[in-house]
Design a protein around this ligand. Structure first.
Ligand SMILES: [Zn+2]
Length: 312
């Protein structure tokens, strides 16, 4: 009888990845042209003295390609569908927020990023020195060890628009990622929440097993939000993050109150429309969400989009 090599799947949980169930791999490609002005935002870093990339967001091709790869690996569409390049996404939004939101979406669907490998194609500027720092930045956004992110750069043999130095593309980004693994949770786990009506801690029992739906109050957009406003938003963020960390799927809805006496008053005082005032402060709110690295809620309905339904 021939001597076949036999591979046993080790029973140990710290078994090498090669013996464990294969994960899923996603691909992401993106390209942005250089525009006038500075700085370059790439791989989560701001590079002063290098030309800016043009886009609806801050133009960070590297993070966009990673986000697409991540969403692709989990079968969750792409970044453009999550953040359309229109008024629903603030102009100039920090792409670290976009990637963070994509990662949250992937996590809430029960997947976990494992590693990232990517190549940035650009004739200029020289990126070699910046690559390790980009890897650290991307790892931090995804909650991975720095060693799990590999960033390479190529001049693309000086061909195409990248070679002519007119654009940077981050192509063939590949995210070997997403072990579907419910972590630190499962059966037997209980989460206690304080029930203010009963005045006692109660076990959280989701209406649908494994899926928690959270509704939390969002801002009334008549002016800039202050620290006190964000205290409640960040509390909801903390709760959502903890539930996801415990392996639960969470759908988080946060409403935007975009019609209110104060908004009407502000619009009258400025001689502009109510929509102009509310949109300005909604965008400012989202920018603050980004600055604070808050999780972006899954659904952010505006009150004005639902009034007709309530009143008819
Ligand atoms: Zn892009």
């Amino acid at each position: 009888m021939p001597n076949h090599p036999v591979v046993h799947a080790p029973a140990r949980s710290d078994a090498p990845a090669v013996f464990s169930a294969p994960g899923r791999v996603g691909l992401g490609t993106d390209s942005h042209p250089f525009g006038p002005g500075e700085p370059l935002v790439l791989g989560g870093l701001t590079v002063e003295g290098a030309p800016r990339l043009v886009g609806h967001s801050d133009g960070d091709v590297a993070l966009h390609a990673v986000a697409d790869a991540l969403l692709g690996a989990a079968g969750l569409g792409d970044l453009g569908r999550l953040f359309p390049a229109d008024s629903r996404t603030p102009v100039g939004i920090d792409s670290r927020v976009l990637l963070g939101a994509a990662a949250e979406k992937v996590r809430s669907a029960g997947w976990r990023p494992v590693n990232v490998d990517m190549t940035i194609v650009a004739a200029r500027p020289r990126l070699g020195q910046l690559l390790p720092q980009m890897a650290v930045s991307i790892a931090a956004i995804l909650g991975l060890d720095a060693g799990a992110v590999n960033v390479k750069a190529s001049t693309g043999n000086l061909g195409g628009s990248e070679g002519a130095g007119r654009s940077i593309s981050a192509n063939r980004h590949r995210l070997a990622g997403t072990d579907r693994r419910r972590r630190r949770g499962g059966r037997g786990m209980t989460i206690q929440l304080h029930d203010t009506m009963a005045g006692a801690a109660r076990e959280l029992v989701p209406l649908e097993p494994g899926h928690v739906r959270v509704y939390s109050c969002g801002p009334t957009v008549y002016g800039p939000a202050h620290v006190g406003n964000f205290r409640s938003f960040l509390f909801a963020d903390l709760l959502v993050r903890y539930l996801r960390y415990k392996g639960l799927r969470v759908t988080w809805v946060m409403n935007i109150t975009d019609v209110d006496d104060k908004i009407i008053k502000a619009a009258r005082a400025e001689g502009v429309s109510i929509g102009e005032v509310s949109e300005r402060y909604r965008e400012l709110f989202l920018a603050d969400v980004g600055t604070l690295r808050m999780t972006v809620p899954d659904v952010m309905p505006r009150a004005t989009e639902h009034i007709r339904r309530w009143s008819t």
